[in-house]
Design a protein. Structure first.
Length: 123
């Protein structure tokens, strides 16, 4: 399964501007920032310090596996939200599973009109 593409449940991370979500015009809600995308990827790589446990929950419209991924029993979705490297997106959180796993991190976000979360202190 080395070629399997996995989409973490309940989160959205920054995209490189060359990504198809950002070209030719950014899709609504896309975070198109090369530096933030690289920082998010590096933070994720640093947290992957052991065997992964993958709980597959479905497939998205792009053919990627939707999953909860764990390292040392801790959700990578939660770790990325807590580190500020991804945003919580309630409509992408199947049955509120990420919200239940890291309620304090998710509670620091509020819903926007587009269904995406924003930091509570943002205007």
């Amino acid at each position: 399964m080395r070629d399997e593409r996995i989409r973490f449940l309940g989160v959205d991370a920054p995209d490189d501007p060359s990504n198809s979500r950002c070209r030719p015009v950014p899709k609504p809600g896309a975070i198109c920032d090369r530096q933030r995308a690289e920082a998010s990827k590096e933070a994720l790589q640093r947290t992957m310090t052991g065997p992964l446990s993958i709980e597959r929950v479905g497939v998205d419209p792009y053919g990627r596996t939707l999953a909860l991924v764990y390292v040392q029993g801790r959700s990578l979705s939660c770790r990325q939200i807590e580190a500020g490297q991804a945003v919580y997106v309630a409509r992408w959180d199947q049955d509120g599973r990420v919200a239940r796993e890291c309620p304090r991190a998710v509670a620091s976000w509020q819903g926007g009109d587009d269904g995406r979360a924003r930091p509570r202190n943002a205007q």
